[in-house]
Design a protein around this ligand. Structure first.
Ligand SMILES: [Zn+2]
Length: 556
């Protein structure tokens, strides 16, 4: 049976003109009648799909479905595909369009084009060179037309963007969703700005930033707005991604980032040049924007630290004092009743009778141990961080000052322009706030020199994953192992016991033997390490004095 399938495609632009679908369908029916073909019950239609971007060949496209049905054999050889013209099969590159074309012919399906008054054309497998060459010419013309159109649109856009950059000329009606073009935006040159806030929506933007600065996450912000019945800018409900888009959109501070489409077929939008500052009215200040950025960043790191407690600082360092087996972290029950312990791996197998040690207590000992081991390198790189920030701020400050300078020149040339006046004022604010940041960082860096024990504990990061991993790596590098058990903590450096520690009366501390011959050692809590180091120093001096004399001072 000779079945004819109609394939109809029109892009959204053509669709808007209205009669495209009706026209193509009417032609199809008349063709079938004239040629004694049975029209298939259901045709294939791609509405609003651009052939230029190959959208009709997406997985959801009807042409793709047609090709699949040919493959599966449901559309049989000898059938006919009827299209208005070959450009309906695509306006992509000729190679791609021809690929589609020849794969249909190759499966034994005829292609008939009804033509635009030029008469019908029929293409079949083995139909000779002339129709093939004609088809290629036709497809190449279709692609060329579309490319020319796309190029023209692109060129007009570039022209607009360049005017926006040089003269702040409005881009037209397209602007951020919380703004609208002023009624008489073409008068922007005398008026100063082309866009104005939509008060309700701009307020929503400000609230989103305020909530973010106050530590609310995107989910909570979206939920709050939805609970209050505030519609999203597109009239729907709020979701994390719409909140995210606002928080990351530099247009809230008035920046406009020109974009361009990269490559005609994939349609990816990329930045075209630098952003244009102060192009839109700012609905939040630069400071607010960055405070929100850092609040979001802080939330992100806080999230990371919660999980990072899973890094065991004792890993590869702690040994069971009975059997020298490795100590593992084990959870016994759920908090608050249950606790986390470190436990001998052999005891778990019943091969060792060592008791488990509470993890929190052992970590207090761990901190104290780092002090004694002179692990000050663990706290030093905060100054590296500050120096990095200082460099970055300095760079920003130089840029901001340069910008201010050139704007001031502009203002001198146009002393009556309120726009330029406002822009200069904003640029001044930028410079002042950067100067403030710069001074603060410099002060921070100054206090960084000379870290005392107090500062050491304050700075020591055993919370973040990186901090914990770094402390653990340092101990391994120093060749430190710690034997842990009922008798406390024996800290060994390269297999020799350096000192001993204990957890006693709710505190970690050092066991100090005052003299070589004293049997009972003294417990010095870590919190008193400052006083203790002075005492130790004195004791050491006294001890050395005895050694020097070769006998006890008292026997003299
Ligand atoms: Zn053991």
């Amino acid at each position: 049976m000779n079945i004819a399938y109609s394939y109809v495609r029109f892009s959204s632009g053509e669709q808007a003109k209205g009669d495209s679908e009706r026209r193509q369908t009417a032609k199809f029916e008349s063709y079938c009648q004239r040629n004694g073909l049975t029209p298939a019950a259901v045709g294939f239609t791609d509405r609003g799909r651009s052939g230029y971007k190959s959208e009709h060949l997406n997985d959801t496209g009807e042409l793709r479905r047609f090709l699949r049905l040919i493959e599966s054999g449901e559309i049989e050889p000898g059938s006919t595909l009827v299209v208005e013209s070959l450009d309906r099969l695509g306006r992509q590159d000729v190679e791609e369009a021809f690929g589609v074309f020849s794969s249909i012919l190759g499966a034994g399906v005829r292609i008939v084009t009804l033509g635009d008054g030029e008469g019908e054309r029929e293409y079949v497998k083995g139909g000779g060179m002339v129709p093939l060459i004609m088809s290629i010419l036709e497809m190449s013309r279709a692609h060329g037309e579309s490319k020319r159109k796309a190029d023209l649109v692109g060129a007009a856009m570039l022209q607009k963007q360049s005017l926006a950059r040089s003269n702040m000329v409005p881009m037209g009606n397209v602007c951020p969703l919380w703004l609208r073009p002023k009624q008489a935006w073409r008068d922007y040159a005398t008026d100063g700005s082309a866009y104005e806030e939509i008060p309700d929506k701009a307020d929503v933007v400000r609230r989103v930033f305020e909530m973010a600065i106050n530590g609310r996450g995107r989910e909570v912000i979206a939920k709050t707005l939805n609970l209050e019945g505030v519609p999203s800018f597109k009239g729907k409900t709020w979701g994390t991604s719409s909140i995210d888009k606002i928080l990351k959109n530099r247009a809230v501070m008035g920046e406009y980032q020109p974009k361009t489409v990269q490559g005609a077929s994939n349609g990816k939008r990329v930045n075209a040049g630098d952003a244009i500052a102060n192009y839109y009215p700012a609905v939040v200040t630069v400071e607010t924007f960055y405070r929100a950025v850092s609040a979001i960043e802080a939330r992100r790191t806080a999230k990371a630290t919660k999980q990072s407690l899973e890094f065991n600082v004792w890993q590869g360092v702690a040994k069971c004092e009975n059997c020298f087996g490795a100590l593992h972290v084990v959870n016994k029950g759920l908090p608050p009743k249950g606790r986390t312990y470190i436990h001998c791996c052999n005891a778990r197998k019943g091969l060792c009778n060592a008791k488990s040690v509470r993890l929190d207590q052992s970590e207090a000992v761990f901190r104290g141990m780092l002090v004694r081991l002179g692990a000050s390198e663990l706290v030093k790189d905060s100054s590296v961080q500050i120096e990095k920030q200082l460099k970055a701020t300095e760079g920003k400050l130089i840029d901001a000052r340069k910008r201010l300078q050139s704007l001031e020149v502009l203002l001198m040339e146009n002393p009556d322009s309120p726009t330029i006046g406002r822009v200069v004022a904003r640029a001044e604010v930028d410079v002042v706030s950067l100067e403030r940041d710069y001074e603060k960082l410099k002060a921070d860096l100054a206090t960084e020199e000379g870290v005392g024990w107090d500062t050491f504990f304050e700075r020591l990061d055993l919370v973040s994953y990186e901090g914990r991993a770094k402390a653990n790596a340092l101990l391994k590098r120093l060749g430190v192992t710690v034997q842990i058990g009922a008798s406390g903590y024996a800290v060994k450096e390269r297999d020799t016991v350096s000192f001993e520690m204990e957890f006693r009366d709710g505190e970690a501390g050092y066991l100090l033997q005052k003299g070589k011959f004293e049997a009972v050692s003294t417990f010095i809590p870590v919190s008193q390490v400052g006083r203790w180091s002075a005492a130790e120093h004195a004791a050491q001096m006294q001890y050395e004095a005895i050694e020097d004399e070769g006998q006890f001072a008292g026997e003299y």
